[in-house]
Design a protein around this ligand. Sequence first.
Ligand code: ADP
Ligand code: MG
Length: 399
Amino acid sequence: MTTFKTLDDLGDVAGKVALVRVDLNLPMQDGAVTDDTRVRAAAPTILELASKGAKVLLLAHFGRPKGERVSTQSLSMVVDCLQSVLGHEVMFVPEIAGPVVAQSIGILGNGGIAVLENTRFWKGEEKNDPELVQAIAANGDFYVNDAFSAAHRAHASTEGLAHVLPAYAGRSMQAELEALEKALGKPVKPVAAVVGGAKVSSKLDVLKHLVNLVDHLIIGGGMANTFLAARGVDVGKSLCEHDLTGTAETILDTADASGCTVHLPYDVVVSKEFAANPPSLRACNVHEVAADEMILDVGPQAVEALGDVLKTCRTLVWNGPMGAFEMVPFDAATVGLARIAAALTKEGSLVSVAGGGDTVAALNHAGVAEDFSYISTAGGAFLEWMEGKELPGVVALQR
Ligand code: ADP
Ligand code: MG
């Protein structure tokens, strides 16, 4: 990875105006924030800049207003949440460029914090329009990007600004990039990847990228069924993309050629209905799945064997649950393997990085989120990184 500047590289910023891209796309209900995780993630960067005397202007998008002012998507709604998490007064500015922003900067003291309006109210944001970029930049002295989760988009506030102002990674961006670098950039070998979740089709690019990189590819979740079917296993009523068995075979061949061992479950947990604790629940060998049964989790023997694989590895990257973890007891394989990974991480023998919406929920459910080396909440950006794609917002910081 090429290097990027961090807040450590800032000189004296007292009185300077920092344009700081953060993720304020918060879950809301009836105009109130229901989860402030993203604000807490951005807080260290915001408070560090404020404590250095910078005037901090926060830039963020909310929802998909498509270039129009939509009052229900105004960032004025997150001011209360920002103030309570930061423990600091936050001014709201209903523009992102122009004289109103300039005036607000005049009012803001050194160390003051303001949040500008939803960047996506302006059409130029998603078009990365150079005119809008210049107009926003005109009010700032430097740019800080602390929104890894938006870095897969080349928008004015996520990419454009990095080209026209001195650009720095914020603390949360820095932590994410360092963790990802350790997991797949320059990982300590052997490296294992766990890929699960519902469908092969949503993670084809992830699988294709990983088989060339990792020593062990552990496939679980619904997508394992497609691979099992490709190997001639009758998966009964299981979720399975039969039209992708050819693709699955190609992935298995590529893995073979590049020295990557693919681990598919050899025992599974099945049931006749998609429900919690179903009466028809049983564990069996993959070759014993009946025509009216579906595979809803990886079996206990496979989990034990996979745990032994992880014990031989130094790095783990994980995306996708091993089973339909939302329903008991189909969370068992995900929870079991997560606990093994967490214990190995605690012992210091494994660097473990995980990401993905449902994966984060599953690891929280397993009670191990704190024990992993790093958990990414970045969603789409995390997945694109797992696909080996360059993220424009990150590339722009690395110039
Ligand atoms: P992430 O959001 O972490 O990227 P995905 O969205 O790809 O993960 O996959 C998560 C979903 O996959 C969960 O809703 C889970 O219930 C489902 N899933 C996992 N295993 C199976 C299975 N064997 N059959 C059906 N659905 C499954
Ligand atoms: Mg998901």
